[in-house]
Design a protein around this ligand. Structure first.
Ligand SMILES: Cc1ncc(COP(=O)(O)O)c(C=O)c1O
Length: 442
């Protein structure tokens, strides 16, 4: 099992005695220290991935900013680690902005997103001095202009354009098709850029596109740059607006199961470079400063979630084999939301051969709370640890308290040591907003 799943595990994972270790720490030690479920990030894997992204674009002649998309998972410790390596941050809420600022990310490396930004969010972004606000709608341009007028400030902006490009991914995480709630059509984008350029409150830097998420093919980046080149040429000729900055968003996928093989950041960089020379420069445009916003590909494969096995049973006409674990859709909603696929390991005996396909079910009161429907495993034993790899993105950050379960701990492992990034929620914290519960306990 271990060798077969090697490609989807963090790089530091090993199992010299049959027990999975992450960053040199045996998983039983993590379970003892933090309880289960627990999400463990491999620090070495994170650092290597961040460097791979930075190195891939380091030679771009007009410069490149790699801004980690904090929605994938954010904590101050995680952002400090990534920020120290030179990454900026893509934020889309007051919470994400706060975490990025507290982690010490330079405001000029913070990019503010959102398809429905509130006045409070825009004010906070302007006050913090964020590097870019990505305008998502005409109404938002008006609101931001008013915020800037009141603050007597100026702001560098991009406009999010919807390129109307279909990509291969789950429809809930595809964002660049016509009719998506994100961004504006190319015609409206041109109008907004022209309008912003006419206002002394805006420093118009360029455009943003985000194709979708979990893309396993680099071709959409080539297609979108080719399309943008024609559009930018026409925009410039008609209005004089220059695209100085081209933000091509995030979207690179990861391997959740062994048969998925995503391109590397270097492969994406090569496609972007070729597309820029074939279409952008060919259209007579100056090379733009690039912005990349990797989220999933930055942190997704760096983490493993550990659960404790509970009830093991077979049921139904098909004799489905269920292994129930002590978490589920509350710590990882992706299988329920997008039918996302995962693999699992019995973490204390990773070299044992699988004897059947198991359904890994969560504790929640939904039949859809099944993390995996076809996990090849040896027969699980109650009380042992089950590990699900590749849970670093959009799991903890989408966690809920469904069934009033406390959210799990998130930890960092490196060089044989471990430390919490986010500690487990307590029952008191869980009830802290329930006004009557707090009155009753005093
Ligand atoms: C604007 C924007 N940038 C970046 C990302 C990160 O995408 P991914 O995690 O697929 O890299 C997203 C994800 O939704 C996004 O909406």
């Amino acid at each position: 099992m271990f060798e077969q799943l090697r490609p989807i595990l963090p790089t530091s994972a090993d199992a010299p005695d049959g027990e999975l270790r992450l960053g040199g720490v045996p998983v039983t030690e993590l379970a003892r220290a933090y309880g289960t479920p627990v999400i463990a990030y491999d620090g070495a894997h994170l650092e290597a991935t961040a460097r791979a992204w930075i190195d891939a674009f380091a030679s771009h002649p007009a410069g490149a900013t790699v801004a980690y998309a904090t929605k994938a998972f954010s904590s101050v410790g995680m952002l400090r680690l990534l920020g120290d390596l030179g990454l900026g941050a893509d934020v889309s809420s007051l919470g994400e902005l706060q975490v990025a600022l507290r982690a010490g990310i330079a405001p000029e490396l913070i990019i503010m997103h959102g398809n429905n930004k509130s006045r409070a969010e825009l004010e906070a972004g302007v006050e913090a001095g964020v590097g870019l606000v990505v305008v998502d709608a005409e109404q938002e341009l008006d609101l931001l202009e008013n915020v800037l007028h009141v603050a007597d400030a100026t702001q560098a902006v991009l406009v999010r354009v919807n390129p109307d490009i279909e990509v291969e991914t789950h429809r809930y995480i595809s964002t660049s098709h016509a009719g998506s709630k994100f961004g504006v059509t190319s015609d409206v984008a041109a109008t907004l850029l022209e309008r912003a350029a006419a206002s002394d409150r805006f420093d118009v830097r360029g455009v943003h596109v985000h194709l979708g998420s979990q893309l396993l093919d680099a071709d959409p980046w080539r297609r979108v740059i080719a399309w943008l080149a024609g559009w930018a040429r026409e925009l410039h000729d008609r209005t004089g607006v220059v695209i100085h900055t081209l933000d091509v968003g995030g979207g690179l996928g990861i391997a959740y199961v062994e048969d998925q093989v995503p391109p590397t950041p270097a492969a994406i960089a090569a496609v972007v470079r070729d597309a820029l020379s074939e279409s952008w420069q060919a259209a007579g445009l100056e090379l733009p400063h690039l912005v990349l916003e990797p989220g999933r590909s930055m942190v997704g494969q760096a983490a493993v979630t550990l659960y404790t096995v509970g009830v093991v049973k077979q049921t139904g006409d098909d004799d489905i084999r269920y292994v129930n674990v002590d978490g589920g859709m509350s710590d990882n909603p992706r299988p329920t939301l997008y039918q996302a696929r995962y693999r699992a390991l019995l973490a204390e005996r990773v070299h044992d051969a699988a004897d059947a396909a198991w359904w890994v079910a969560g504790v929640h009161c939904e039949s859809g709370d099944v993390l995996i429907e076809d996990a090849p495993l040896p027969t699980p034993r109650p009380g042992e640890l089950l590990a699900i790899p590749a849970t670093g993105a959009y799991a903890a950050s989408m966690a809920s308290n469904y069934n009033l379960v406390p959210r799990c701990a998130v930890v960092l492992v490196e060089n044989g040591t471990h430390r919490p990034l986010v500690r487990r929620e307590t029952l008191d914290e869980l009830l802290a907003r329930d006004v009557d519960a707090m009155v009753a306990s005093t």
